[in-house]
Design a binder for this molecule. Structure first.
Ligand SMILES: [Zn+2]
Length: 411
């Protein structure tokens, strides 16, 4: 777990009084007076108020969060941070990265004026599995040191698990760089044996599902939760019964290789079990936009025949859904608006998913996600009521983080 970075360069936090604001209370917006004292929200007037901020009848919500992305360009991290702050996204969960890259920007995150960030570091997959090809591409682009061989990627960018005895040694290696959780990859695990030695499926496969319970057992023993990449509905099921804590995608519809839509539909039994076990599911439906530009008819089919039914069944059984985009260099704002456009969620449900459930799932030990006495003084001031018009979530007038008023982020 990354600790908060030293704040030597920041001035002391002022105490603020906020007037003329409508504050989100989890159901509605209420006119209230809040103060920020030492970075904490309170309704009690402190002995000294340094500044009164007139919120001009704005609507105040907790900050947004991104539960699935990857920060793979250390030289662009300042730009990433500015983009996230601009869109009101203060919390980011990186679902797989290399310690070599993360160490280059570690001191730029987890500061009051930056984004709060956690990462899984190297994900667990098999030789020839996803996302080996992405790491090879990065190697080709010169992202990693020139003297790294292809074999070096195993352990430095990914953890390749081909047999049970690979698990403990790779986990020990992972723990050295202090990940916050463990990421595992399943892809069409129902066809694991068929795909394993077939070059046609190079990079379109993942871990042996039989090894997953042992990875999870050892990760839990080390105090780390486990998040699973899945492709098919069978992967969703296999991840669930193996005991993962989080599923980092809805099934990713891919009609190649004669696979039909039934392969991607989550069953009611699995949705019920997901809720019973308290397993969280990250949406990541932004791939639909890409599919739409390549094959609009297929994207329509995927949306109406798979994605919407999956969201509905997970909602029906009250599964904890988190917002995540998995779109490199982008924020989850597009994902949030896409979720809104599906019509599956009310504005209230989507607002709570975006600013309560997702932040609290990323940082479960912090007092964030609610605008309440004793919680971190972090919030966004919107120009209008997002419960009436969800587009207002984009109309951010002010950003406040841990007691600091943030300047307008660079465009
Ligand atoms: Zn991802």
């Amino acid at each position: 777990m990354f600790e908060s970075n030293a704040q030597t360069s920041l001035p002391p936090q002022e105490s603020y009084q906020f007037t003329n604001g409508h504050w989100f209370d989890g159901k509605n917006f209420r006119r209230q007076i809040f103060y920020s004292v030492h970075g904490i929200l309170t309704g009690k007037k402190p002995a000294k108020v340094d500044e009164v901020v007139d919120l001009q009848n704005g609507y105040i919500i907790p900050p947004l969060a991104e539960a699935h992305n990857h920060w793979l360009e250390p030289q662009s991290v300042d730009e990433y941070i500015q983009n996230y702050l601009r869109d009101g996204v203060f919390y980011v969960k990186d679902q797989g990265n290399s310690p070599y890259l993360v160490s280059q920007f570690r001191d730029q995150v987890n500061r009051p004026t930056s984004v709060d960030y956690i990462t899984a570091l190297q994900g667990f997959t098999e030789s020839g599995g996803h996302p080996n090809q992405i790491m090879l591409q990065f190697k080709g682009m010169g992202v990693f040191p020139k003297d790294w061989s292809e074999q070096d990627l195993n352990g430095k960018a990914l953890m390749l698990i081909n047999k049970e005895s690979d698990i403990a040694s790779h986990l020990a290696l992972l723990l050295k760089d202090k990940p916050t959780f463990v990421k595992v990859f399943l892809l069409f695990s129902e066809q694991y044996e068929e795909r394993k030695n077939n070059p046609k499926y190079l990079y379109k496969r993942g871990l042996n599902p039989k090894l997953l319970p042992e990875i999870i057992r050892l990760a839990h023993q080390s105090g780390l939760s486990v998040s699973a990449h899945i492709s098919s509905a069978a992967d969703f099921h296999n991840a669930l019964i193996a005991g993962v804590d989080e599923i980092s995608h809805l099934p990713l519809v891919d009609f190649e290789d004669g696979v039909s839509k039934e392969h991607f539909i989550i069953s009611a039994n699995d949705a019920r079990l997901t809720a019973q076990r308290g397993v969280r599911v990250i949406t990541t439906i932004s791939w639909l936009s890409e599919m739409k530009s390549e094959n609009p008819q297929q994207a329509e089919e995927a949306l109406h025949q798979v994605v919407i039914p999956n969201l509905r069944v997970l909602k029906k059984y009250k599964v904890e859904l988190l917002v995540g985009s998995d779109q490199f260099r982008q924020t989850p704002l597009g994902e949030i608006m896409l979720l809104s456009s599906t019509g599956v969620f009310t504005n209230l449900e989507l607002l709570k998913m975006s600013c309560e459930v997702t932040p609290r799932a990323i940082f479960p030990k912090r007092k964030i996600g609610f605008l309440r006495e004793g919680y971190e003084a972090s919030f966004l001031v919107l120009g209008g009521n997002p419960l009436v018009n969800f587009e207002q979530i984009k109309n951010i007038r002010l950003r406040f983080k841990q007691g600091y008023l943030l300047g307008t982020p660079k465009q």
